[in-house]
Design a protein around this ligand. Sequence first.
Ligand code: T1G
Ligand code: NAD
Length: 700
Amino acid sequence: MASPVSYERVDGIGVITVDNPPVNALSHAVRQGLHDAIQAAQQDASEAVLIVCAGRTFIAGADITEFGKPPREPHLPDLCNTVEASSKPVVAAIHGTALGGGLEVAMACHYRCALPGARVGLPEVKLGLLPGAGGTQRLPRLVGVSAALDMMTSGNPVGAAEAANLGLIDKVVDGELREAALAWCRALAADGAARRASSELPVESIPEGALAAYRDTLVKRTRGQIAPQNIVDCVEASLTRPFAEGLAIEREKFIECMQSPQSAALRHVFFAEREAAKVRGLPKDTPLREVTRVGVIGAGTMGSGIAMNFANAGMQVALLEVDDEALARGLGIIDRNYEGGVRRGKLTAEQALECRGRIAGTTDYDSLADADLVVEAVFEDLELKQAVFRKLDAVCRQGAILATNTSYQDVDEIAAATKRPHDVIGLHFFSPAHIMKLLEVVRGEKTADDVLATCMAIAKGIRKTPVMSGVCYGFIGNRMLGHYGREAQLCVIEGATPEQVDTAMEEWGMAMGPLAVFDLAGLDVGYKARQGLTESERGDPRAFRVADALVEMSRLGQKTGAGFYRYDPETRRRSSDPEVQALIEREAAALGVERRAIDAQEIIDRLLFALVNEGINILDEGIAQRPGDIDVVYVYGYGFPAWRGGPMHHADAVGLSQVLARVREFEQRFGPGNWTPAPLLERLAEAGQSLANWAKSQVN
Ligand code: T1G
Ligand code: NAD
């Protein structure tokens, strides 16, 4: 097999080209090819060496698919040292992204140039790792300790201009990269430019105690994760040890991360996110419908954010409301969101103006006649939504995609209100819609393949992570959340305080505890949904009586300053409220609940295993394609810690037989109503199988 690395001499310059699609990852063949090419250049008459990549990007890192397999030489740290030891100046020419091991190779080069649009970074921490090929030792030498710490603990890339300001990139070049870089190499050779080994640069000292202070901020920002602290250990070594010793400490800390369940979980999420974008049985070449003009119906909490997503992606948006007052309110939300984005440096004022300019308000359905896609986000009421879809059916051009942002309603019943159910689909955004990455794409019984394929592709265009769901009450996320939320409220009425429940889940890693999430979303949302259900559909009153009572006391959550907690009007900080505790005890007595002490482990197991058990039912019914999809839903939509991999990955990590044993114990204690073990869980646990293996067996 041909090497993905080629070497040729061009006008006295040794040109090494890496061509390993799709992202020039540093597979074994690439490492071997780079090693051999550098060695070749040492032997020939070349005056300097250029490393450049074919395709859409520079090297995007080590080949993550090789992790967990026996490592093969040349190892990346050694390869970087080989590049740096070259007797001739080595130049890296960067386009697209230079990430992880890719940036480490570039930092081992003596000079770096990049196109203006290039981005460089060390995202290893997002995989529960750290830069393991000299990055933790070379970066502080090139950009200083503070910038190095920020880049490595956030994992976020920086643009070429900022990288040049930091001293990471020596030259930003325009035009055709290879030609510009070759010209620069020739100039460097002509000037007799020296090899500059970044490993030989000093590390600027930092104030006493600065690292300790940095560790403290990191603890708050990266609760429970080991990689960020290991990165600080390595940077500390760069300050106190010679380069070679620093490299040894980096290797030790890297291996510790690589072998950690946290990294396994984060790598699982990396690939699960990419897998989720693929719909089984949907041909890759399914034609896509063109979408440049979008309509959004309802400019409330969701509609306003949804409109921004499409405008930010360059599409013209018509935002429709019932009347001018409601429209002005919606456009006001959008203006404030853009102002906030500019204040937080997410976009420039010019960019905000441009995006805002693409959103036109209307109260006239005729404005949607030429829309390619319409997303409905009116009140959560089936009849109202059906009425809206009947109107859309009348005014929208044939071939337009009609989507609903409903949280729970039956997409097939909404589609049935039109004469074109094949053009109807669910696009379930998450609040705040202009920020949350997750998009549940709900395939109706009659949704056409090209409508589904178009929406899965659009998701990427509006920077969302799509996950396909079948039609059921609450789709994937909200259906599982119902069981998670039930157990949270049962723990509260049985004896735990709201603070105990939320603290247990937050210390376990959830971004926010369930009761605090209910207060954030608004207790009235669930209350209204329950009002639409029959007594039997509502289920066990112990699981919602307290929430209902809070709503009846006009304690709707953060939006009224009080819900399960009281909120400081300035800081929005939550605090426990004795009035709520008294209410809980009253409702418990009224429902004949004998209260008892409940420890954190019971809280964690009841909430997580309720989530897992229902998730497995969802898989068994085919509502979700694969366990990884459910994990992506929870990591990107519900604040589930990515370093735990998602509920399905967590279940495999615990072991399905353990999960089943605990579920059966709860079934004994609390009854089959809430705790009937999922049949698939029983089958897999008894077969000693994991969900990951089951998923593989589903595709073969
Ligand atoms: N290894 C293997 N496969 C990779 C890969 C990688 N590093 N990066 C991407 N892919 C695959 C991906 O699975 C997908 O496959 C296809 O490429 C396109 O990716 C020692 C240890 C580069 C910004 O963390 O962030 O270096 O689904 O859909 O949206 O210090 O991919 O088509 O079969 O994401 O244009 C550090 C990871 C590694 C960067 C492009 N590097 N990649 O985004 O395409 S650890 C990273 C990305 C490391 C060293 C350490 C993005 C991208 P498929 P895509 P994209
Ligand atoms: P909201 O009450 O904030 O906004 C609804 C808007 O729809 C209001 O501005 C109202 O004036 C407008 N509206 C009502 N009838 C209309 C009609 N006939 N034509 C045009 N506009 C009309 O509600 P929301 O929270 O934005 O929820 C909207 C939808 O999104 C619901 O289906 C909800 O379930 C779903 N959703 C909500 C969330 C959330 O967290 N709030 C998350 C995901 C999905």
